[in-house]
Design a protein around this ligand. Structure first.
Ligand code: UTP
Length: 292
């Protein structure tokens, strides 16, 4: 079964990135010249997603403005002969059909997903966190969709993290999955923020998911958990009791821009990938480092 719908949660407060996020959604933070959430939508579109539901909150209307066409600006670019910019702009609004729903109470990632139930209905769907870009030779979501096609079960992206950092993540346990690539696991355990000693592995859940609609029943059953929020991991744990679930250790890399330092590091990393900036940026950075 082909998956055509995706949900992008983008309603959060972004407290780790204050004061910037007081009036600007962190999902619009820019990596070189593109907002983070545009990279996310591009990843979804590259994987055949045609309809995206963005979960937003009051004050985050600029996200919709970024994806809606701006005919006045387009005609200005057209009349001034800026054809390449015009092409880029038109491409943004043609990536996918984007729909919006407000999460009125910010009760966590699980709460955000509950807002998508009506839009998704009774079919499997993808989830891509709006503040995390994935890079690599192949879109991470494509790796997950491949496992979904083979198993018809929920699939989560996994990233290996240093053992001393497992307590920051949702961590999985599992075993090799028969008939699937060696980077896929059949999951038998999910633990939110475990101590290093109790962690089933150092494979952390990494911001891309494919869910069967069974996740909605699990989300309503678990209700609010830690921090009085609906915890997605709690719902996934419950779903794992009744349905198989798989994980895929991603080949690409995850870039979370939700905190200030990782945003800064990712900005440099993405700029270094751009041929038009690379040499001058290296010169600049070397100059700075000499004085450190
Ligand atoms: P985070 O876990 O980074 O939470 O959300 P946050 O609230 O945005 O940021 P901090 O921790 O306060 O700094 C991961 C993604 O899930 C969305 C966020 O917008 C982000 O894209 N999210 C989070 C929601 O849509 N709703 C929520 O209630 C929480």
């Amino acid at each position: 079964m082909l998956i055509r719908k995706a949900v992008i949660p983008a309603a959060g407060f972004g407290t780790r990135f204050l004061p910037f996020t007081k009036s600007v959604p962190k999902e619009l933070a820019v990596l070189v010249d593109k907002p983070v959430i545009q990279y996310v939508v591009e990843e979804a579109a590259a994987c055949g997603i045609t309809d995206i539901l963005m979960i937003v909150s009051s004050g985050k209307e600029a996200i919709a403005r970024h994806f809606n066409p701006d005919f006045e600006l387009e005609s200005r670019l057209e009349s001034s002969g800026k054809a390449e910019l015009l092409r880029q702009l038109r491409e943004i609004s043609s990536l996918a059909r984007i729909h919006y729903v407000y999460q009125h109470e910010l009760d966590g990632l699980g709460g955000a997903l509950r807002c998508a139930e009506e839009f998704i209905g009774d079919e499997p769907f993808a989830v891509l966190l709006g503040d995390t870009v994935c890079s690599g030779t192949r879109p991470v979501l494509a790796e997950l969709l491949e496992v979904f096609q083979a198993t018809a079960s929920s699939v989560v992206a996994l990233e290996r993290v240093p053992e001393e950092k497992v307590s920051r993540y949702g961590v999985v346990g599992g075993s090799a999955a028969e008939g699937l690539k060696s980077n896929a696991l059949k999951l038998d355990e999910l633990v939110e923020k475990p101590e290093k000693e109790n962690a089933p592995s150092n494979l952390a859940i990494a911001s891309r998911y494919v869910f069967t609609p069974g996740i909605f029943g699990a989300l309503s059953a678990v209700g609010r958990g830690k921090n009085n929020e609906v915890q997605l991991t709690d719902a996934m744990k419950l779903l794992l009791k009744s349905e198989a679930m798989y994980g895929v250790e991603i080949e690409g890399k995850r870039h979370d821009i939700g905190d200030k330092l990782s945003f800064l590091c990712n900005t440099v990393e993405f700029a270094l990938k751009r041929p038009e900036f690379r040499d001058d940026l290296i010169k600049f950075l070397k100059g700075k480092l000499e004085n450190c």
